[in-house]
Design a protein around this ligand. Structure first.
Ligand code: SF4
Ligand code: SF4
Length: 263
């Protein structure tokens, strides 16, 4: 429960900073483009790449903002954006909770390969170039929901409802773990980040609760088999596996240097 509560506090704080002018000195703008402490530009690198491909021009302020954000996630926290910042995660986590409560946690109307998101990512980049507009930014459910929460209105509620229904009734974790090109972008960027989930086989009692809650189960292939850290960039650093593990076999660590040296 510890990381779930922390994540909700961070997600809601970011939305609050964007929503109220009184916090503009901390954070002003939106998730695509913002300014921190009235001086540090922050840009979504995936949105920036689409804009460059669409316009064939490079805005230097946007470039520096994209580099700051990219390096922060790529070097330090990995794909934590998905679990700690993105507002869609609140909806998809809730959908997964409802699925389980309704008792159809195994049921799915359609089966989709998780690599679909990487194909969508490639399509977005190619189409941004071909059609001269940032394709995902134009239709991004993340932007619609975030702007809806910040500026008000009701259209974002329909988008949120569609995401909730797809994840609840059709395919579990579809939006974030199968479809989202931004999640795919961060997964590809996160392989070498310092923050990892550490796994200790000696402490593990093989209850497999962690596999039951992980939104990207494939990243936990080592559970019950090998003393390995979770290295996959697809791990969103949500901490759900750590929260449910009663045996202290899992925990966040800044790369396990001792284990790396022992190899
Ligand atoms: S929850 Fe902990 S003890 Fe259970 S299988 Fe996962 S790592 Fe092992
Ligand atoms: S391995 Fe743990 S931290 Fe990573 S996505 Fe799965 S539950 Fe979240």
């Amino acid at each position: 429960m510890k990381y779930l509560i922390l994540r909700r506090i961070v997600q809601l704080s970011i939305l609050t900073f964007f929503s109220f002018g009184v916090f503009n000195f901390i954070l002003k703008g939106n998730l695509s483009s913002s300014v921190l402490f009235s001086s540090v530009p922050l840009s979504d690198p995936f949105a920036f790449i689409q804009l460059v491909l669409a316009s064939l021009q490079v805005d230097l302020v946007a470039l520096s903002g994209a580099l700051i954000v990219f390096l922060f996630y790529a070097i330090f926290t990995g794909r934590a954006f998905c679990a700690w910042v993105c507002p869609v995660n609140i909806i998809t986590d809730f959908a997964y909770f409802v699925r389980n409560k309704l008792g159809f946690n195994q049921a799915r109307v359609f089966n989709v390969n998780k690599n679909l998101r990487y194909y969508i990512l490639a399509f977005v980049l190619v189409f941004s170039f071909l059609f001269s507009f940032p394709v995902f930014e134009e239709f991004s459910y993340i932007g619609i929901i975030q702007r809806g929460v910040i500026f008000g209105g009701i259209s974002w509620l329909f988008v949120a409802l569609i995401i909730f229904c797809i994840d609840t009734f059709f395919s579990p974790r579809f939006t974030c773990s199968h479809f989202c090109p931004l999640g795919a972008f961060w997964a590809l960027s996160s392989h070498f980040s310092l923050l990892k989930v550490r796994y200790n086989l000696q402490k593990c009692t093989k209850c497999y609760k962690c596999l039951g809650v992980c939104p990207e189960k494939q990243v936990l292939w080592m559970i019950g088999k090998e003393n390995q850290d979770v290295k996959s960039g697809e791990c969103i650093r949500c901490g759900k596996c750590i929260d449910v593990c009663g045996d202290d076999a899992l925990g966040f660590s800044i790369i396990n240097l001792r284990r790396e040296n022992e190899k």
